[in-house]
Design a protein around this ligand. Sequence first.
Ligand code: FAD
Ligand code: UDP
Length: 407
Amino acid sequence: MEQPFDCLVIGAGYAGSVAARELAERGSRRVLVLERRDHIGGNAYDYPDGHGILIHKYGPHIFHTASKRVFDYLSRFTQWRRYQHRVIASLPRDNPEVVPAHKRTQGRLCFPVPFNLDSLEAAFGKADGGRLGEKLLDAYPAQSQVTILELRRNPDPEVAAIAEYVYEHVFVHYTRKQWDQTPEEIDPATTARVPVRLTRDDRYFQDPWQGMPLEGYTSLFRRMLDHPNITVALGVDARDRASFSEGQIRLDGLPFSGPVIFTGQADELFAFQEGRLPYRTLDFRLETHDRQFYQTHGTVNYTVDQDFTRITEFKHLTGQRLRDPVTAIMKEYSRPYTGAAGEIPYYAIINPENNARYDRYRARAARFPNLHLLGRLAEYKYYNMDAIVLRALELCDGLLGDKEGNP
Ligand code: FAD
Ligand code: UDP
């Protein structure tokens, strides 16, 4: 018996869906996508709640990229709502005298994150903050931003005092909540995602292309997977239909020699034989409030107090305007991933020991000549959506040989 498919894709998130579309369209391959959830979209999945508000089930997702290729590619499947994400920190005031009244929200101090020259003035007052801002600009004349770890190494006492302020009021407690570690203990690339800005630009991301899919992410995925050469099977754990043993992959009991793209957890694929790869998981608390808006910004980070890290209000992201005064917010609580049923591994804990364990799984995968590990889980990386889209496009460039898809 012959296999009815040329390619097998496991997982229908960004990695799997882009790869499936490319192989089906550019490569004219017959592609089977197996997804164990009952929906497509992976962690970017969204759905309307009872009021029609689009909820991001697995945490808030804002699209941004510096890659024209990625933006153009996704634009085939969606129009965009122009949206620039802005985030503020909300924290208890520790020095009420210097906080101007208009910067207080319900008795709390609020300032833009990433911490910038306006944040400095909100924290230290206009005069002192302005002077300290000049000091920072003198210390880093050629830079528009500096990471908190680099700022803390500056020997100048006044710059060091700013660094300590930002460390204490933005990073150390939030990072403890998110990772249960200090900013020094986690991968430096993680805190570098949120640098100290030496400008007044208060956008969370600086990429040239930013926005939200006009009708949501799920609808983008629906269009991407809508191709005559693609078959999607939902509610199917690939391990129930495919086996990986002694360098050979079988689908429904028959040898499968075409490309197999796996986008799930690498440790799970190999039955945890090298031990578990550590992750952080999140609990999301969704609340509906009977008012037009709950907060002033799309996301408010609770950088010092509270058990949750941040609150996101979806209507700011989607731009939805409802007749009734109602809004939906999501609080995020981080904790260790244990592998218990229903838990989702959201963040790889990147450090040399875990990377070494991951490399052992990658070596196991390499024994299967037609197996490709792709995506945030399968590659054990802290990838944004756009990075995964690019990885998938580039993997398919390689698999398909040239732009027309000839091998
Ligand atoms: P996933 O989306 O996880 O998809 C993998 C799919 O594989 C899942 O659907 C899973 O069910 C399926 N699967 C796994 N194992 C199997 C199996 N054995 N059989 C069948 N199916 C299987 N990025 C941004 O660019 N902007 C943001 O604002 C942003 N916000 C984020 C917020 C949070 C809280 C998190 C956790 C991530 C955020 N990201 C954001 C990152 C983004 O979620 C990822 O880059 C993206 O979802 C990765 O896509 P993926 O296809 O690699 O993985
Ligand atoms: N971070 C912080 N305070 C903040 C925002 C971020 O300490 O107000 C640190 C924290 O360690 C976090 C990392 O910077 O995990 C990256 O933040 P980002 O908002 O990019 O995280 P994500 O949206 O991926 O959860």
